[in-house]
Design a protein around this ligand. Structure first.
Ligand code: NAD
Length: 481
């Protein structure tokens, strides 16, 4: 019987399967109300040192545990998370702000991911096998991994690192964003009754904790998801100890809509995705290029659809799509982008507006009508419910514009002509490219960014290999006896 969590109490960080309290605590706030949430620990350097010591000690036995046994434990863990899912979903809406239905989607995805990860073994590969010798590629684990998690999608992105780290034989320390510590701490608490001590630990802290982790000589690998500027700091810090790292960073995805689409069929998906989680997902359509032949019709239908279907409000209200912006820092950034509408003279197809922020960080959706290509709303990732739509006329030109930025996380092409669409898709520089879709992800499919959107991949066997060393093993059959 899985233990039941109490979402109102956070007795300590999860170190070696025990709660370790800290002299100081802090809290985050509910972004829909501005009200404080529960007190959580603030890890000290000595807490990190203790977690690393235990992680190193447990690595010896965990890395030697057969794949099948690790798999059984990960499946048991998924069941225990599922037994607590209702509480986790409510807690996710309270701390992150996303609509409850989206919190449910996130938990569904996390469970699917864990259960699929439990089947994914990185097997030795035979490079050469002759009468004289066999040469293998083998993939031993790295040691102690750190999972540094952002505030926008903390359950899936946290467990999306923990699962592969554990299945490849590493031990892992998860660090939530200070803005969203609650679900990640509860995920660690649930793990206490499943995994051996020191295998999966969670440390909540303040802004000092991330840099302590990336500098720590006892940590072998950092899997980081967050913004591009922070990713560069993480890479520079990891370089000092030559730690391995995987960086999943920001994006500014182009969606290219061709002139032959059936607008009524593709528009609801494109529009809903553009505003999903209030635009606070790394890989959403953030620059929508619409063929000039259908531009006016598409724009007007998009405005109508948004007015009728994209409701702004608190995450516990029915049918809400755009919940609050997650935190005051991000709220100010998004408000600044909205303020450019007047300052830069952008035309709006739909005027969004900010509510005052006193009772939640709400922004209503805005659609910017054909702004100049060099404007901030096109070149910067807004991470809010504001999206530009632009006209295009030639395939080559739109591909060049889609590829022009330093980001390359996702991109999509929408057309009935699959040959033309695939030809265009193959020219887009992004880690994930879709034809007639956007934002599809799966646990067995690698996910990552080109250019400044990241280094390395997560998920899929390729992602799993980033948690391993490659060891070439030469076995000569002549035994010298
Ligand atoms: P962020 O970079 O501010 O923080 C991410 C995490 O890093 C947090 O846990 C934070 O505490 C920690 N951190 C901050 N400074 C650090 C440092 N110097 N060293 C180590 N850790 C440090 O990002 P955010 O604001 O939480 O997330 C939003 C950004 O993340 C957006 O740009 C978004 O596009 C990106 N993102 C990318 C992906 C992806 O998979 N590519 C997914 C989600 C979000």
């Amino acid at each position: 019987m899985a233990s039941k969590i109490n979402i109102e109490t956070y007795p300590g960080n999860i170190i070696n399967n025990e709660f370790v309290s800290t002299p100081t605590t802090r809290h985050s706030i509910d972004p829909a109300t501005g009200k404080p949430l529960y007190e959580v620990p603030v890890a000290r350097k000595e807490d990190l040192d203790a977690a690393v010591k235990h992680a190193r000690a447990s690595f010896k036995s965990w890395s030697a545990t057969p794949f099948e046994d690790r798999s059984k434990l990960l499946l048991a863990y998924a069941d225990a998370v599922e037994a607590n899912r209702t509480d986790l979903e409510r807690l996710q809406t309270m701390e992150q702000g996303k609509p409850l239905s989206l919190a449910q989607t996130e938990v569904n995805m996390a469970l699917t991911w864990l259960r699929q990860f439990a089947t994914m073994e990185v097997k030795s590969e035979i490079i050469e096998d002759t009468a004289e010798r066999t040469i293998y590629s083998t993939f031993p684990p790295l040691g102690v991994c750190a999972a540094i998690v952002p505030w926008n999608w903390p359950i899936l992105l946290g467990l999306g690192k923990v699962g592969p780290a554990l299945m490849t034989g590493n031990t892992v320390i998860m660090k939530p964003s200070p803005y969203t510590p609650y679900c990640n701490l509860k995920l660690g608490e649930i793990a206490m009754s499943i995994f051996p001590p020191g295998v999966f630990q969670v440390l909540s802290g303040d802004d000092s904790l991330g840099p302590w982790i990336t500098e720590h000589p006892g940590i072998d690998m950092v899997s980081f998801t967050g913004s591009i500027p922070t990713g560069k700091r993480v890479a520079a810090s990891c370089a000092k100890t030559l730690k391995r790292y995987v960086l999943e960073l920001g994006g500014n995805d182009a969606a290219i809509v061709c002139d032959d689409v059936d607008i009524s069929k593709c528009l609801p998906k494109i529009t809903t995705l553009a505003f999903l989680n209030s635009g606070q997902i790394c890989m959403l359509p953030k620059r929508i290029y619409i063929h000039e032949k259908i531009y006016d019709q598409f724009r007007d239908a998009m405005v109508e659809f948004t007015k009728n279907n994209i409701k702004t409000g608190g995450g516990f209200e029915a049918d809400v799509v755009v919940g609050p912006i997650q935190n005051s820092m991000q709220f100010d950034l998004v408000k600044d982008m909205y303020s450019q509408i007047d300052k830069a003279g952008w035309k709006t197809a739909l005027d969004g507006k900010a509510r005052d922020g006193a009772e939640g960080y709400f922004m209503e959706p805005a659609i910017i009508d054909n702004p100049p290509e060099a404007s901030r709303i096109v070149v910067e990732e807004p991470f809010g419910p504001i999206v530009p739509i632009m006209k295009w006329s030639s395939d080559d030109d739109v591909i060049e514009r889609a590829n022009a930025l330093e980001t390359g996380l996702g991109a999509s092409v929408w057309s009935k002509d699959l040959v033309r669409a695939e030809k265009m898709a193959r020219q887009l520089s992004a880690g994930s490219v879709w034809v007639n879709s956007h934002f599809d992800v799966a646990p067995n499919v690698p996910f990552g960014g080109h250019k400044e959107s990241g280094i390395g991949m997560e998920w899929g066997i390729e992602g799993f290999k980033h948690y391993t060393n490659t060891r070439s093993l030469w076995v000569w059959k002549k035994t010298f006896d």
